[in-house]
Each structure stands twice: as structure tokens, then as C-alpha cells.
Design a protein around this ligand. Sequence first.
Ligand SMILES: [Zn+2]
Length: 207
Amino acid sequence: MLIPIHKEMTREALADKVSPRALEVIIAANIKQDSLRGQVGHDEFHFDNNALDESNQYIREQRGFVLASLLSPGVLSAWIAFGRLTHTAQDFYSHTNYVALWLDQFNGAPPAPPEIDPVQKSIVESPGLYSGKLYFPLDYLYFVPLLGKALLPFLPTDSHGKMNLDSPKQGTMFEYARAAAIKRTQVEFETLEKILTPAMFTKFVDL
Ligand SMILES: [Zn+2]
């Protein structure tokens, strides 16, 4: 998703759950994943190129970092690890066909976007789940303003360019991806609440 959208979604999901300073650190770490260094050679940060297992593994690793960091005195690195994790979790909905598979269940009459289940097991584990591939060089040129639209017809259907739900320009499916990403961010927060001791959780939320 686009950086302003990651910011907005993370704020919406966590604003009343963590302190303002924690939220700012989480957001900064989330959007840093989209810097050039975080884009090149890091499919696992963004669920790109079918790196589904790697991305899920990355989320688990960062969750582990949150826990490990909270065992030592500081809290900053726990917030940063959680920020990184939320980025990947959010990109799951804009870079895979999860939303398409979820909508497929309703024969053309789906519930409204806020009703989407972000962790429907049968879809998360579906062999039909895949993510957009970055075709070189077309998919990279797709990111160049104006050029993108002209190139789109030449991109394969499983390309990042054709599949992504990164911004409202992608139409109604984007609203489902956005709603799912916000809910998933909250699911990730609730997971922390389950795995951390009450003292660690209090330190993390910083309220
Ligand atoms: Zn990303």
C-alpha cells in the first residue's frame, strides 16, 4: 500500500491502544519498510513475488523480537519490531489475492468492506492463495507516474501491477483490502496481549 495509507491505517487501528509516542515509533518503523532499501531484495517485507511463507515467517520473527526486546530495559526496539510486523501484515491484503478469494464466496453480493474477516483460515491456508510477481522491467516502470497506466495492458494477470490493491485507484476491492488490513493490525495487537506477560504488555502500550 502507499505510505500515507499505511500511516492512516496504523493510526486508525492503534490510536486508542498505545501511547502517542509509541504510535509514532510504530508508524515510522512501518513506513520505513517501503524505503528503497526495504523494497529491493525484501519480498518478505511486502508479501511480494509469492513470498508467502517467508513473509509469514518474517511476521513471526518480528513478534519474537517484540517479546525479546521487552525482556531488556528499553521499549523502543519492541515498538520498532511491531511497526515492521504491521507493515507486512497490512501488505498481505494489497499484494495477494486474499480479498478476491474472500469476495468469491458471496456470489457477487458480498457484505460491506468492514465485514471482511482478515484471518479466514480456509483462505489463509488455501492452495489458491498467491501474490503478485514483479516482472522485470515492466513492473518496475509501473511505479513511474503516468507510465504505469500505459504499461498496464502489457503486464501478466499475476503481476504486481495488475494485482495490487495499493491505493483507492484500484476501485472497490481496495476498500476491502484497507478494512482487512486495519482489522489485521488489531489482531496482531491482540496477539501481543496474549503472548506477553501483563507487565510486559503494560510497558509496550505505554499508557
Ligand atoms: Zn510494502
